[in-house]
Ligand binder design. Sequence first.
Ligand code: GDP
Ligand code: MG
Length: 439
Amino acid sequence: SLSDSLENTFKKLRGHGKISEKNISDALREVRLSLLEADVEFSIAKDFINKVKEKALGETVMKSIKPGEQIVKIFHDELTELLGGDQVPLDLNPPARILMVGLNGAGKTTTSAKLAMRLKKEGRRPLLIACDLYRPAAIEQLGTLGAQIDVPVYKPDASETNLVKVAKDALKWAEDQNGTVLIFDTAGRQEIDEKLIEELKDLHKFLDPKETLLVADAATGQQAVSVANHFDEAVGITGIVLTKLDGDARGGAALSMRGVTGKPIKYIGEGEKLENFSEFHPERMAGRILDMGDVVSMVEQVADKIDEEKAMKSAKRMQEGKFDFNDFLDQMAMIKNLGPLDGLLGMLPGMKKLKKQLPADALNTDKFKHMEAIVLSMTPKERERPEIIKGTRRKRIAKGSGTTIIEVNRLLKQFGEMRKMMRSKGKMKQMMKQMGGMG
Ligand code: GDP
Ligand code: MG
């Protein structure tokens, strides 16, 4: 993956006490290849590398004691810049209207509901308006999602074909709903379709929305970028929501998006659940691409459900490699509240690699129930010092938890590996802090 190859390149750079122009050029060539492999647009990758190179060859870097660290920092800063610099909030001045556009399956309907839920949490009064007249099921889908989050949904008659009329009726409906933000979910197509674009143009003209958000599937890479351009030309987009970043999406889409379209990524979707939605922070994303972990995002995401102090402590223990089975139980309790694990784990340092080492179904919640049962069958001392759990203890634990000795062995082994991994990441982070680098 992009972050793996970058990590390797940086490891090499960090190893050098002194750095030559050749070291830098070699490293940057590798980085450029990684970027292209990750589906970053060619000219963007090239510009990016040139900028980093120029700064990296600067005198202060070349003469510093730890040039490798400094180059990584330059890389981080440039990456942040490439991703858009500062987070760009939505324009929600009245009349706040948000038009969601994009291809079929990109996640418009889901994202509309995610956004509504988020705005509601912020104390606003969102309304959802179904404008997908092509698929009656899409209207129902939005209705169901709206009901889940207790947000009123305008559902046009199934026989209606005029989008502008629907919008007109919806605005009238909205007057009685006491809403403050209107979110319009529209239809998509498999590919850009001129008829659809014409309809969208009319709708856009009528609504004159403050925000027109392109919803794009991160997994589609370069296609997402050209789709964004196309929609921008047609109706003028004000921002991008990048969805499905929880999957195997190549990070390249995120990297090219801002550079090519000039439009900010405002939110990201990281799972099917409505909670799996965050503001896009360029700096944090840069850190994530560089696999620095994103403890801040994680804490924010869990803060709603558990207290921040506890989460911070837990994240810190993880990073320091002091994680034992008691922490594991705590985390288990949090995880139960949180829902999908993939998104959360992806934010932790080194987790992507860890996930690869785990068996494919290791993140399955049933499996977690077994793990939890095993840990609950341990004595407090065993939880603190898993290394004392030898033969007969293992047998006892398997029996007590209603599992098998194979499962107990496996958990202990995985846990040991996880700790090792966390420890080495923790060390790296500490080191970087001392350097005054990017930690
Ligand atoms: P639309 O056709 O653009 O309205 O797309 P939908 O909102 O109906 O979403 C299409 C599919 O993608 C649904 O199965 C969603 O659950 C799924 N989906 C949407 N956003 C995300 C995301 O961020 N991550 C994942 N894994 N799935 C998503
Ligand atoms: Mg839809």
